[in-house]
Design a protein around this ligand. Structure first.
Ligand code: GCU
Length: 406
C-alpha cells in the first residue's frame, strides 16, 4: 500500500514522464497532429529566454548544435585536416554548348588511418558576372552517378540540372558523397571514418556516422571553393535530396560559410518533425534498422521513443538562421512526411524573426501542390508527385536565391 502511494506520488509529480513514455506507434493523436510538447527553441537549458540574437548565438545555438551532435549525427573527430590540399584535374574545358566551362579538381587529405581523395566537378557560366554565386550539389546515388553528374553533359538528369543553373548566371559544383564515405554499413572502417579513427574499438556512441561524414565532405568542398577566385565564397548554397537533404541541413548547421541550405525531400533525420504523427512516414525504428550507420549510436536509443528525443528537427532548421534555408517537399512522398517537413520549417521561423527577418509565420501547409512560399528567408514548397528532385524544385531554389540578391 505504502509503495503504491509512493509510486502514485512520483507519477503525479512528473506528468511529463508519463506522457513521454508512450511508444511512438501507440500515439493517440490524429494523423498530422503533434504528440506532446515540441522541444523549446527559445528557452535555454538553464531556463533563460532567448530574446536577443546574442543569446541565440552564444548560448542556445551552441547548445542545440551539441544536442544534434551528441544524439543524432555524432561528433566529428576532425575539422579541416592539416594537410588538406587541392589539385586541378586538367584545364578548364569549354563545353560544346558554348555557354559554360567545366572545371575538375581533387581534394586530398590524410589521417592516422591513411589517405584519401575526393572529386569535385564544377560548371561555370562563360559570360556571367564574377565572382559567381555557387550551388554545391551532393551526389548521393552511386548506381545512377553517371546519369546524375555526367561531365560530358550528354546525359542530363533533373536532379542536377546544370544547364538550368548556368542559365541563371550561377556556378554549380558537385561532389560524390561516397568519395568521403561509402554508403553501406561496414562498422565505420572505410571512408573518412577509417582514416581519422582507425581504431574502431575506441568509437563511442556519440562519434560521427555516415551523414556527418558526408557533411564534413561538404565543408572540404567549401574549402576548395574558397581557393577559386571566380566563385563567390559569400554566396554558396548546399543542396541535397533525400539522404543528401538530411546531409545538406547538417552541413549548413555546422558550417556557417554556407549562406543557403536546401533540403529536398529530406524526411526522417532531416526536416521531418519527429513528433508529428504521420503513420506512413519513416520513423527512427525503420531508419536505424535499414540504414543505422547514417546516425550515431545514441540515436538508436530512440527507437519508438520519438517524443523523448531531447531535440526535434525544427531546431536543426533553426541552426541555419539567419542564413537562407529552404525545405522542399513532394505531395506523394508520404515516407518523408511533407506536413512534418513544413512544420519544422515553420516552427524554426522565430529565430529569423529575432534577426528582423521573415520566416513562414502565418503560412499553412499547402492545400495544393505547386504552392511555394518564397517571400521570407525560410522557403518552402510542395511539389507534385513522388520522391524526386526535379525542375520545379530547382526553379524555386534558384528564384529564392535571386530574390535574395544572388
Ligand atoms: C530511404 C530512407 C530515407 C532516405 C531515402 C533516400 O528511403 O529510408 O530516409 O531519405 O532512402 O535517401 O533516398
Amino acid at each position: 500500500m505504502l509503495l503504491r502511494n509512493w509510486m502514485l506520488m512520483v507519477l503525479l509529480a512528473v506528468p511529463a514522464l508519463r506522457a513521454e513514455s508512450v511508444r511512438t506507434s501507440d500515439w493517440k493523436e490524429k494523423e498530422g497532429e503533434i504528440h506532446g510538447a515540441v522541444p523549446e527553441l527559445l528557452v535555454c537549458a538553464d531556463g533563460r529566454k532567448v530574446e536577443s540574437t546574442e543569446t541565440w548565438e552564444k548560448v542556445r545555438r551552441p547548445e542545440l548544435l551539441d544536442l544534434f551532435r551528441k544524439y543524432c549525427f555524432g561528433y566529428n573527430p576532425v575539422g579541416r585536416p592539416a594537410d588538406l590540399r587541392f589539385e586541378r584535374d586538367g584545364e578548364d574545358t569549354p563545353m560544346p554548348d558554348g555557354k559554360m566551362l567545366r572545371r575538375k579538381a581533387r581534394i586530398r587529405f590524410s589521417g592516422p588511418g591513411g589517405e584519401a581523395s575526393a572529386r569535385v566537378l564544377a560548371f561555370l557560366p562563360q559570360n556571367a558576372k564574377r565572382p559567381l554565386p555557387t550551388f554545391v550539389m551532393l551526389i548521393n546515388r552511386s548506381g545512377e552517378r553517371k546519369q546524375w553528374a555526367d561531365e560530358t553533359r550528354a546525359v542530363k538528369h533533373a536532379a542536377w540540372p546544370v544547364e538550368q543553373i548556368i542559365e541563371r548566371g550561377y556556378a554549380t559544383v558537385c561532389y560524390f558523397v561516397q568519395d568521403f564515405d561509402p554508403d553501406f554499413g561496414d562498422g565505420f572502417t572505410n571512408g573518412v571514418h577509417g582514416i581519422f579513427q582507425p581504431d574502431v574499438k575506441k568509437r563511442t556512441k556519440a562519434d560521427w556516422a555516415g551523414l556527418a561524414a558526408w557533411a564534413w565532405g561538404a565543408s572540404r568542398v567549401m574549402d576548395w571553393i574558397e581557393t577559386q577566385p571566380d566563385l563567390d565564397r559569400t554566396k554558396v548554397a548546399v543542396i541535397g535530396w533525400s539522404r543528401g537533404g538530411k546531409t545538406a541541413l547538417w552541413a549548413g548547421a555546422n558550417d556557417t560559410r554556407f549562406a543557403y541550405a536546401i533540403s529536398n525531400d529530406s524526411g526522417c533525420g532531416g526536416a521531418k518533425l519527429n513528433r508529428m504523427k504521420l503513420a506512413k512516414s519513416e520513423h527512427i525504428s525503420q531508419i536505424v534498422k535499414n540504414i543505422g550507420y547514417w546516425f550515431c549510436g545514441n540515436y538508436h536509443d530512440f527507437v519508438e521513443r520519438e517524443a523523448e528525443l531531447p531535440f526535434d528537427q525544427h531546431q536543426l532548421v533553426a541552426l541555419i538562421a539567419p542564413r537562407l534555408v529552404y525545405v522542399g517537399s513532394s505531395d506523394k512522398d508520404a515516407w518523408a512526411g511533407p506536413p512534418a517537413e513544413f512544420a519544422s520549417a515553420k516552427l524554426a521561423s522565430p529565430i529569423w524573426n529575432l534577426y528582423g527577418k521573415k520566416g513562414l509565420e502565418g503560412k499553412e501547409f499547402p492545400a495544393e501542390p505547386f504552392t511555394a512560399y518564397l517571400d521570407g528567408d525560410v522557403g518552402y514548397h510542395l511539389n507534385k508527385g513522388p520522391h524526386q528532385l526535379n525542375a520545379y524544385d530547382w526553379k524555386n531554389y534558384l528564384d529564392f536565391a535571386a530574390a535574395h540578391g544572388w
